[in-house]
Design a protein around this ligand. Structure first.
Ligand SMILES: [Zn+2]
Length: 363
């Protein structure tokens, strides 16, 4: 039987415990102080995003374009030129409620052993690499997270592998990628996975001005909400895990939870699926549990996942599904700017597939 656990966060007013759950967190315990920005070369050195997209450099555009903060009208999101000509909603729809959770038809599936609902009030942080306060996983429990999508081929392959084992995961899509591939993001949502956000363009937010970083965060949230068709979870992962105290403070004000990692697969560093599996299993064997950072953007991970899930089951690991107590509240001015930018592309836009063709898949 599934247990639903509500994880109360820093400023949460109440703690609700699920059946038989013997732990609780102090509501007085503050969110972990934000450590110095982690070196981000680990993820960005590969140029995984920039080298595989065909738009002009957003950083240069951003630098050339002075940022405004509210209440002035926002500039359009940077480098939206390749956005799909899909009509955006004039206003944000209401949250669609809990995602679909179809019955598992595989009797031998790894499955989900426990679902937790996270109250993100006060912007709690998770993942021992940067946050120590809320270590909510029991021994043997694993949370799978996937960053940088949605991306053709790789994200659908990841979804298929998860579905075959009836596993639910958490995705941190890039806003720009979401705007390019809303139909894939909608598949992620429809399969019952939890969707947070991962900035607009995967910029190193630790090196941006506060105003620019805030725009990156908010455009990412709005792009995911608009592309998915409804606001998603108030979960954020910093690109390259590069954060600053000012930005974690901003997310706390926005009641958005921050997800670092317990266990980094470094899947972007190899094209060999076996090495991805080995990295994850070796670290899990050593640590015994953890929030695992993977990338549905990466081909090697998409290929590795079916065998990885089998190994997790064989070794007795249990999957925990993260859900959010409430949906994220995107900011109207960013929603409006995103909708306006997309609408501006609609008039004379051709289908993206006829303008941008991938000639080399991510590997
Ligand atoms: Zn990333």
């Amino acid at each position: 039987m599934r247990r639903m656990t509500v994880l109360a966060a820093a400023a949460a007013a109440s703690v609700t415990l699920g059946i038989g759950v013997g732990w609780m967190l102090s509501p007085k315990e503050p969110a972990a102080p934000a450590p110095a920005a982690r070196a981000v070369e680990r993820e960005l050195v590969t140029g995984t995003i920039a080298s595989r997209t065909t738009t002009s450099a957003p950083a240069a555009e951003a630098a050339a374009q002075p940022r405004q903060t509210q209440p002035q009208p926002l500039p359009p999101p940077p480098a939206l030129m390749a956005v799909r000509a899909e009509p955006a909603p004039a206003t944000m729809p209401r949250p669609s409620g809990r995602a679909l959770n179809p019955k598992c038809e595989n009797p031998d599936a790894l499955g989900v052993s426990r679902t937790v609902a996270i109250d993100t009030a006060g912007g709690p942080g998770f993942g021992a690499e940067q946050f120590k306060a809320y270590d909510f996983l029991e021994p043997g429990e694993v949370v799978l997270t996937f960053d940088d999508g949605p991306w053709p081929n790789n994200t659908p392959a990841v979804l298929a592998a998860l579905a075959s084992q009836c596993v639910k995961a958490t995705f941190f899509p890039i806003g720009k990628h979401s705007s390019w591939h809303p139909e894939i993001l909608k598949q992620v949502v429809a399969k019952g996975h939890t969707v947070g956000s991962h900035s607009w363009s995967h910029a190193n937010l630790g090196k941006k001005s506060f105003a620019e970083a805030k725009d990156e965060i908010e455009y990412g949230i709005s792009a995911v909400a608009i592309s998915a068709g409804a606001p998603q979870a108030p979960f954020f992962r910093f690109p390259g895990l590069s954060q600053t105290p000012e930005l974690t403070g901003y997310l706390a004000e926005r009641n958005i939870g921050i997800f670092s990692t317990d266990l980094d697969s470094f899947d972007f560093k190899t094209k060999n699926p076996d090495k991805v599996i080995a990295a994850v299993m070796t670290k899990l064997d050593k640590r015994g549990k953890g929030i695992v950072l993977l990338h549905d953007f990466q081909h090697s991970t998409a290929v590795a996942l079916p065998a990885m899930l089998l190994q997790l089951k064989a070794k007795g690991f249990k999957i925990v599904h993260l859900t959010a107590k409430a949906s994220v509240t995107s900011l109207p001015q960013y929603d409006a700017a995103m909708v306006k930018a997309q609408a501006g592309q609609t008039a004379d836009a051709r289908p993206t597939a006829s303008v941008v063709r991938t000639i080399q898949e991510p590997q």
